[in-house]
Design a protein around this ligand. Structure first.
Ligand SMILES: Nc1ncnc2c1ncn2[C@@H]1O[C@H](COP(=O)(O)OP(=O)(O)OP(=O)(O)O)[C@@H](O)[C@H]1O
Ligand SMILES: [Mg+2]
Length: 289
């Protein structure tokens, strides 16, 4: 067995039910989805999420899309427990986490991890040391094969050669790949990506989306990906949640989004097509010079 295969995190069994700490009567309530927003509300200086409901099943990848400022990152931060909803229920790992304490959230965050846009790497540590840092946080961490595991993780993201480099030596896209490897060191069951392909060139964007697809098919990770990149959505997502004006105005299979007759959705898709046509025209013009 290769060391990368050894890193495959066990997928949690599908529990049909979990004890809900939020239920006042202490009865067992069924939560059939791995992640779920049930009528979630969040207001800052204006209402951001208004009665938002969606779910993500075990092993599924769901994309959250929508224009800037609609609450995509707020949704991810709510799944991680960094933000609390004003109203509604949040289910993570089949459990109602809405009223979890910080120490309960720390347990949740061992299973559910987030890859930040910046990569959030430690600049003074090498790439290998950055990954080792996450590995050492694990309780079942095995000192004897730690470097094999770090190498296996770097191989999984196609960065075998980067072990001794520093974050400053590698591009934004590779930093994100390292951040993904570091997230995998914790053997999560679920991974959240915030704009993983923003600000990288098309080749790196393709590389990262292939990597995400590999993690989905090989590791069966449950994932949520917030993105403006419809190519990425088409490649990795099973379903899509379209946020607009505070609500989830579409929640369904990706192919149905294109048939969804809503002016904002159609405008969003049309603008993406215009920008792709422009990029194509620029590249053809460059080729003929
Ligand atoms: N902690 C916070 N305190 C106050 N306002 C916040 C906070 N977090 C987010 N907001 C506001 O909530 C709104 C939604 O933010 P969010 O970051 O979710 O947008 P987004 O959909 O991810 O947009 P983008 O595509 O630009 O990343 C913004 O107006 C933002 O300023
Ligand atoms: Mg955002």
């Amino acid at each position: 067995m290769s060391s990368s295969n050894r890193l495959i995190p066990p997928n949690p069994p599908v529990h049909g039910e979990a004890v809900s700490p939020g239920s006042s009567n202490g009865l067992i309530e069924p939560y059939s989805h791995y992640l779920e927003f049930r009528h979630v509300y969040k207001t800052f200086d204006r209402p951001i999420l208004v009665d938002v409901s969606f779910h993500v099943d075990n092993g599924e990848t769901v994309a959250i899309i929508g224009r800037s400022g609609v609450g995509k990152s707020v949704s991810l931060q709510t799944i991680m427990g960094f933000l609390k909803p004003d109203k509604g229920q949040v289910i993570v790992g089949y459990r109602d986490v809405t009223h979890y304490t910080e120490s309960q959230w720390r347990e949740v965050r061992k299973k559910v991890t987030m890859v930040f846009q910046s990569g959030a790497l430690f600049d003074s540590l090498t790439i290998g040391e950055n990954i080792l840092f996450s590995l050492e946080l694990r309780e079942d961490y095995d000192e004897s094969n730690k470097m094999d595991v770090v190498e296996g993780l770097l191989r999984m993201v196609d960065l075998d050669d980067a072990m001794d480099m520093y974050p400053a030596d590698i591009s934004t896209g590779y930093k994100r790949a390292v951040a993904i490897a570091r997230a995998l060191a914790a053997q999560p069951a679920c991974i959240l990506y915030d704009e993983p392909t923003t600000m990288v060139d098309p080749i790196m964007s393709n590389h990262l989306s292939n990597l995400m697809l590999r993690l989905k098919t090989q590791l069966k990770l449950t994932s949520v990906v917030v993105t403006h990149d419809l190519d990425l959505m088409n490649k990795v997502a099973d379903r899509v949640v379209f946020l607009h004006g505070g609500g989830a105005i579409f929640n369904g299979p990706v192919k149905d989004l294109y048939k969804f007759d809503h002016p904002h959705v159609q405008e969003f898709l049309r603008l993406d097509q215009v920008s792709m046509d422009l990029a194509q025209a620029v590249s053809e013009e460059t080729d003929t010079r």
